[in-house]
Design a protein around this ligand. Structure first.
Ligand code: ATP
Ligand code: MG
Length: 333
């Protein structure tokens, strides 16, 4: 009879790692009911203690989640109701990889996000994460998309200001709407997104309208008061119409230009990837589409989607002619 030898071989590293992750997750989860209970009874210090314990349990195996938990440490729960007339609350899932950008811009983005993950280290040096970003450039090249992706990457909600509700017809109301939007956004980490920004931070030297000057003045004060956990992203097609004092306050001014051939090609390749055209391969048409001088990537995306639609509705009979149609046939709104 052959005796069985005791198994002395080391535990494979992958098994150890997955065991440690399970252990970390279950330690953190076991604290969750107590956290909910303390939160429910308004025991803020007690709830903060548990957040720290959960973060400590997760920090080796899930450093990203631990970092996010610590970010909320010490913040008061938001008491103010969402001003739904002025702000919409979104939880974006977009990421930087979803957006085709010139390499110079792409390279800049991770550094901006990283500052927010290292807020505590910066604080030790009496610094805080830079958090005011202006996006400018011609229409349809991803400014709005990028604002959502910043929120997605940071894991923050996106508070989108409704421009038409913000600009009130009653004198003085626009300023108070703006203040309300900022006050809400300051309650907790978020991205506050102001589109059509030239209409809010207008250049005071080019107008005689006292109301417009007052709005710009108020905006300057609100921007200066913003805490660093609130990321302000503003977008405009008309940077030259913005007041120089407002412009100066942005930490990052990112210009997204009209696309060159290379950017159009990357965008068309994404939109005509075989993963989006099951059972068909029209990826070779990306280079045909990208040859046309589309003014913006919205138009490239639209053309590629017409090609995909044709695959579904017409068995792809028109895909070649759609790809080679000149740009003037379809001007996006
Ligand atoms: N850089 C990009 N990468 C991928 N898709 C893009 C890009 N730019 C534009 N698109 C496509 O065009 C649509 C419109 O883009 P978006 O609204 O972000 O443009 P915008 O710069 O904010 O334009 P506007 O100045 O008119 O507000 C997007 O939903 C997307 O389908
Ligand atoms: Mg936009």
């Amino acid at each position: 009879m052959v005796a069985k030898l005791a198994d002395t071989s080391p535990v494979p590293p992958r098994a150890t790692a997955s065991g440690a992750r399970k252990q970390a997750a279950s330690s953190a989860l076991s604290l969750l009911p107590a956290f909910v209970e303390r939160h429910r009874w308004g025991n803020r210090n007690g709830a903060d203690e548990l957040i720290e314990q959960m973060a400590a349990a997760l920090s080796d195996c899930y450093p990203g989640i631990a970092g996010k938990l610590r970010r909320y440490h010490g913040l008061r729960p938001v008491q103010m109701p969402l001003p739904t007339d002025i702000l919409s609350f979104e939880e974006p899932t977009a990421r930087f990889v979803d957006i085709v950008l010139p390499p110079g811009i792409e390279g800049q983005l991770p550094g901006i996000i990283a500052e927010h993950g290292r807020a505590a280290e910066l604080a030790a040096f009496h610094l805080f994460p830079r958090h005011k970003i202006l996006l400018d450039g011609p229409p349809g090249n991803g400014k709005t998309m990028l604002a959502g992706a910043f929120a997605g990457e940071l894991g923050f909600p996106l508070l989108r200001v409704n421009y038409s509700s913000l600009i009130a017809s009653h004198l003085g109301e626009t300023g108070s709407n703006l203040a309300k939007a900022f006050r809400y956004a300051e309650c907790a980490p978020c991205v506050l997104f102001l589109d059509e920004f030239d209409g809010i931070g207008a250049d005071r030297s080019t107008t005689d309208l006292g109301e417009i000057k007052r709005i710009t003045n108020q905006l300057l004060i609100l921007i200066d008061r913003m805490p660093a956990h609130c990321v302000l992203i503003c977008a405009t097609n008309l940077k030259d119409h913005i007041d120089p004092a407002v412009l100066r306050r942005f930490d990052f001014r990112i210009n997204i230009p009209a696309p060159d051939g290379e950017t159009r090609l990357r965008c068309a390749r994404n939109e005509l990837a075989t993963t989006l055209t099951p059972g068909n391969d029209v990826s070779h048409l990306a280079s045909v589409v990208a040859e046309h001088e589309f003014q913006n990537l919205a138009a490239v995306v639209q053309r590629c989607r017409e090609i995909r639609r044709d695959l579904v509705l017409n068995a792809g009979q028109n895909v070649e002619s759609l790809a080679s149609q000149p740009t003037t046939v379809h001007v996006p709104a």
